[in-house]
Design a protein around this ligand. Structure first.
Ligand SMILES: [Zn+2]
Length: 728
């Protein structure tokens, strides 16, 4: 087969790559190319397996090993480490244990306890945990198995007459099994189907997806693609064109109007959905999404909810759709409708929980929607971090395609509410959530660091990223801001999920240019942050300037003005613009302004800088009052951080070394000269140690953290102990 055989999936198999690989790596390769096409499977969804003959390290005998994508991770980005390996004979012997149970079948105790048994069958001390889908692979007597969540197959699986459609589309080649929660029993059901009809090449899994098999890995891959292609062609032939989703009821706003509305709307909306837990947003606007949100059928279909369990675990059983006319109604009316919609959504969710819960169900989770649909505007998804909200946006946009396809060939059906509940509140899911490491201190926060291109700002960006923050690296130099953001992305990854429009498709860090002496520049920076993450939390300002007078002690007026513009007016303008966003969100947060030990010590030759920092110190106190109770405002007062500092360019270091009569060599590197000066300064402090960027970053982080939740209006000096700078 070749790529031109397919119009609805990407054919990516390349023998010249695959033939270089060992059998396990071939499975990894197959998985990566399957996962790379969203029409084949969603991020984190589906699994693949190969049964491979290997040498048993204990007996030296040749044994059959099931290599199967384990729990967690994602096919597109999987490495060998994501695959569990099980002795086939030991795995198959588990059926005896299962059969001995008095009560067995789907959702029984024995079924859930089988998941723990898989560990006992591990080959090669492989630590990868097996997933609940393992028996779907182990019990199918073919060497290679692909289980995918393709849009075209889910569309059939989520249609009213799914069994008949399966027959119509695939003839007798593909069978059908009704919806059943994945587990050991589903594996047995599938094996039975295959025993009844040995000619089957695969099965449509009701409300869920597709599974198919072959004895050759490339053949299995090609079968997966050709089955998806066949379903997609059938759907294409039945496409409803302009009548899709019952036709259009509303028109989209143009891009400029969309952006303007998003900037107004998102902070308020974020505040509304974040009353229990803070969320990070992703905006997803495509032609297909707009066609759905603008349609006549959107309210009906949105209410039915998503079908594939993978999808609704993130999108919740249904999204919040707001019936708002983008051409005729105002933003105020949209906000009112959202508020009322959220109240109704939460009470629907609580009713769903009450109606479906079992005596041992986990407590009700956050009842807020994770997907919000607005006509004219698009889809807004919320998650605990950027990666999760992007995945959620992706999943709902895939669900839209499933609905489009299903409504073209039949009538779309959701998963029955009780079944949805039994997945959402499955004790195994709960155990998985409980096993996750606790959230980090700055998780769920979008933190803006102004001055992040170098020095204290850069160090602070790194420090808070380590605590789980989404970091907006802002700097006068956009280039250095993006450099810092790039370092963070390199360290922490882009996350999974492929959705997000424009800047909203970002990872956990972005780099932006900003000139804090200009209100318009600040405004436009915040607008980008809002679209990127849905709002703004902590702001840390480290940007500052030191202009020395010339040799004769002369300071030109414009340099004096610049010093005040950057050191005093800049932080004020930032706070003033952020205030509107913070008030719209209504979420507690904090502002840290970097001042200086010089703000408290009078000396010769730095009157502009010192008085500007004294003003900044007092501004911290004024802003703490003005922005309370929502925002804590504190000052960080460093002194003589010479290491890697823009405040100490080579000339300033050399003139200081000369001034203090410290021996140095003109040929030395700037950092080496800085170190000499730092050591000299250290001797003037009470703690006698050089003051580093990391020392400053630590306190900037702590002031933002919950550890200082009761401290506001204070200046914390990080100066090694300068008694003349003690504040009174
Ligand atoms: Zn699945």
């Amino acid at each position: 087969m070749k790529s031109t055989d397919f119009q609805h999936v990407n054919y990516s198999w390349d023998d010249s790559v695959a033939d270089q690989l060992d059998v396990v790596e071939r499975l990894r390769y197959r998985s990566n190319i399957l996962g790379a096409d969203q029409r084949i499977t969603n991020t984190g969804g589906g699994n693949t397996s190969s049964k491979i003959k290997m040498t048993d390290p204990l007996s030296g005998a040749e044994v059959d090993i099931l290599w199967v994508k384990g729990s967690g991770g994602d096919l597109r980005t999987s490495t060998r480490a994501n695959f569990a390996s099980l002795y086939m004979d030991k795995f198959l012997s588990l059926e005896n244990i299962y059969n001995k149970a008095e009560v067995k079948g789907v959702k029984t105790e024995i079924e859930d306890s089988m998941v723990d048994m898989y560990r006992h069958t591990t080959f090669g001390l492989n630590p990868a945990a097996s997933s609940i889908d393992t028996p779907l692979h182990g019990l199918i007597p073919f060497r290679h198995v692909d289980h995918m969540h393709p849009i075209s197959a889910i569309a059939i699986a989520a249609s009213k007459d799914q069994e008949g459609l399966t027959q119509e589309v695939f003839g007798g080649e593909v069978g059908w099994v009704p919806w059943q929660r994945p587990g050991f029993d589903l594996g047995l059901v599938m094996r039975d189907e295959l025993e009844k009809n040995p000619k089957l090449k695969g099965l449509i899994m009701g409300q869920h997806g597709l599974i198919n098999w072959a004895d050759d890995d490339r053949a299995c891959y090609e079968l997966t693609l050709s089955l998806i292609e066949r379903a997609a062609l059938y759907i294409e032939q039945h496409d409803k064109g302009e009548k899709t989703f019952g036709g259009q009821k509303y028109r989209s706003l143009d891009e400029e109007a969309q952006n303007k509305l998003l900037v107004q709307l998102l902070p308020k909306l974020r505040g509304m959905v974040s009353q229990q837990n803070r969320f990070i947003g992703t905006v997803h606007v495509t032609e297909n999404v707009l066609q759905f949100v603008n349609s006549v059928d959107a309210p009906r279909l949105a209410e039915i909810g998503t079908s594939c369990p993978d999808h609704f675990l993130r999108t919740k059983i249904k999204p919040l759709y707001v019936d708002w006319n983008p051409q005729k109604e105002s933003v105020e009316s949209l906000l009112e409708k959202l508020e009322a919609g959220l109240v109704k959504y939460r009470s629907d969710y609580a009713a769903y929980y009450e109606a479906c819960k079992h005596p041992n169900s986990p407590a009700m989770r956050d009842p807020n929607p994770t997907v919000i649909l607005i006509p004219g505007l698009g889809l807004i998804a919320w998650g605990k971090n950027k990666s999760e909200s992007r995945v959620t946006a992706e999943f709902y946009s895939l669900a839209i395609e499933v609905m489009r396809s299903s409504e073209a060939i039949s009538e779309y059906q959701g998963l029955p509410r009780q079944e949805a509940f039994d997945i959402e509140y499955w004790l195994l899911e709960e155990a998985k959530l409980k096993r996750m490491p606790p959230e980090k201190e700055m998780a769920r926060n979008a933190v803006v660091v102004i001055g992040a291109g170098s020095g204290i700002g850069k160090a602070t960006a790194h420090r808070i990223a380590k605590e789980g923050a989404h970091v907006v690296c802002a700097d006068l130099s956009e280039e250095t801001a993006q450099e810092t953001a790039g370092e963070l992305i390199k360290a922490y990854g882009l996350g999974i999920g492929v959705a997000g429009t424009g800047i909203s498709g970002c990872g956990p860090a972005i780099g932006l240019g900003v000139d804090i002496t200009k209100r318009e520049s600040i405004k436009s920076m915040f607008e980008q942050v809002i679209v990127a993450y849905g709002g703004v939390d902590n702001i840390i300002i480290t940007a500052g300037i030191f202009v020395s007078p010339d040799k004769n002690g002369y300071m030109p007026d414009e340099k004096w003005a610049l010093t005040y513009a950057i050191n005093v007016t800049g932080p004020y303008l930032v706070a003033d613009e952020a205030k509107l966003i913070w008030q719209a969100q209504g979420l507690k947060t904090s502002l840290v302004i970097t001042t200086s030990a010089n703000g408290a010590v009078a000396k010769q030759g730095s009157v502009a800088y010192d008085t500007s920092k004294a003003a900044a110190n007092h501004m911290v106190r004024e802003l703490a009052i003005e922005l309370s109770p929502l925002v804590r405002v504190n000052g960080l007062a460093p002194a003589t951080v010479v290491e890697g500092s823009n405040m100490f360019p080579r000339e300033r270091v050399i003139s200081s070394l000369a001034k203090y009569k410290i021996p140095y060599d003109e040929t030395e590197t700037t950092e080496s000269l800085r170190e000499k000066l730092a050591l000299f300064y250290a001797q003037r402090t009470l703690t006698k140690s050089p003051i580093t960027l990391a020392d400053q970053a630590e306190v900037a982080y702590l002031l933002c953290s919950s550890k200082f939740s009761k401290t506001t209006g204070q200046i914390i000096s990080v100066d090694g102990g300068l008694h003349e700078a003690f504040l009174r």
